[in-house]
Design a protein around this ligand. Sequence first.
Ligand SMILES: Nc1ncnc2c1ncn2[C@@H]1O[C@H](COP(=O)(O)OP(=O)(O)OP(=O)(O)O)[C@@H](O)[C@H]1O
Ligand SMILES: [Mg+2]
Length: 411
Amino acid sequence: MRFGIIGNSPLLNYAIDTAIQVAPTDVSVLITGESGTGKEAMPQIIHFKSTRKHNEYIAVNCGAIPEGTIDSELFGHEKGSFTGAHETRKGYFEVANKGTIFLDEVAELPLSTQVRLLRVLETGEFMKVGSSKTQKTDVRIIAATNVDVQQAIRKGKFREDLFFRLNTVPIHMPPLRDRKEDIHLLFRKFASDFAEKYRMPVIKLTPEAVDLLESFRWPGNIRQLKNVAEQISILEKNRSIDRDILIIYLPGYSQHQYPMIIAREDNEEDNEKQLLYKILFELRSDFKDLKELVFSILKSDSGKIKLTENNSELISKIFEAEAHSDSLTTIARPSDSTTTIQLPGNQHIVQHTQPIQDFVEVNESLKLSDKEKELIIKALKKHQNKRKYAAKDLGISERTLYRKIKEYDIN
Ligand SMILES: Nc1ncnc2c1ncn2[C@@H]1O[C@H](COP(=O)(O)OP(=O)(O)OP(=O)(O)O)[C@@H](O)[C@H]1O
Ligand SMILES: [Mg+2]
């Protein structure tokens, strides 16, 4: 364990090695990385491994200090320089002389403060607020940020010259998802700490839960992992945590896991609309064919007609989809190769050619939900139950398909 940093992944080790290597020099260091990746431990490594370690180490959260007082906090002020400035005050740059200042969330500094900071970095000179006297200081600066600095520069929120000056040596803290081998290690450490803190037996993950833990995207990185370990430690009576329990603590698991699907899930409504359109379209086309068929039957002398090649094709087309459907009933099996199809109004048609299919009764349900279920079953059969391809064919997301399979209780 180094300065409370747990982990042994190559990217983390690289960051720590860089910090140790740069420590004895006086160069500025900029630490970048997503929120919760552990940036705050780095400046301590650098300071305590440097020759400045016996002098002041001051950590300043630039994002937490109001804009109106930040210059005064950093550089001090003269008595009477503004309302409420009853005394002359030393700023951190004066106090930390010969030591180290850690400017956390440095991108939050106002532009005017950035100018002062650049000056102190370049010349070691600064002036108290309300003073015209230049002072000297010898401070090592380490800065950190979780924002995209290049973007902040493009937006005019961060001075490029200051960035270059701070970024003499950059250290990037890797996100947790790029250090999968550390995830379970960290979790076990946090779980054991919280067990001690709350005086409860330590929680333990099943192998499936470990897999889930390691495959989660951890957008809040180690901070989030620590929170999850704490929540489970407090809330779960059963100290053996399986996958189903763990998933409850991983908000939006699948969304974070499959970013491509989120984008599609946003359009879930569109997907459903598309499916409905598809069903309506099929219904309409079936209906048109049926109309033609009925028309041709009515035109014949009796209710019974011998089917021509054309009609055979038409029937085949109409009933093809329903051949295996539960909503259609086989009413008779002919002894020869004739096929009788019952139509509404007591009409039926007999086919003397090769049977197109089993006998069916056209009492088909026209409920959209039934149709939808049918279409889903059809798509699943077509793709040998491979949901990915079935969903693609249906024009819906895999998640929507999964939901509908559950909804309609399709096996
Ligand atoms: N390697 C580690 N081992 C143990 N604990 C860690 C480690 N890295 C981070 N932590 C813990 O995770 C939490 C978040 O870390 P930290 O505050 O350094 O994040 P950060 O990178 O500064 O995030 P932000 O940009 O949001 O300020 C802290 O509680 C810290 O103690
Ligand atoms: Mg931080």
